[in-house]
Design a protein. Sequence first.
Length: 189
Amino acid sequence: MEYVIVDAAQRRVTEAPVTSSAVVIGAPGTGKTAALIERIVHLLGTFELAPEEVLALTPSRQAATALRDRIGVRIGQATPGAMARSLGSFAFQVVRGAVVREGAEPPALLTGADQDRIIADLLAGDAEDQRIAWPEALSPPVRASRGFRSELRAFLAACTELGADAHELRALDDPVWTAAADFMTDYHA
């Protein structure tokens, strides 16, 4: 599959010097990904970079896989290195590399499925011993639902991102936030 760069701006990005950096902005379907793929082909061919010397960052694992596949088709071979990774995957690799260089135990990546299982186990345990005073509206069947676990996982992630802790949630003096704070404490234990 050969891409044709018809736009002068795309050509400038594709053929820029190897040390260049650029920001490409455009609406869906305007050729951003095609220009990126051609840039990678140009780096591999013109500058004779090895595939493991090129990395494109994407917002998700699915986007990275799709981009890797398209690059492989374009260069006519399976891509031997990562070439395209999600931002989260790359960040984890950097952190893991730093920890390994220090000689410490490398961190483990907790997948969404792992996190969902942990949350389900904690909620099931709480349903048995009722340590957390959940409001009546959040009954055991509600808390056992996949949707509730998904929302709770997103909430925990948002709290982590914002630096909110259980103490702050309890200070809101609301039964829902207090229950969430108690769950957060159990989750982080």
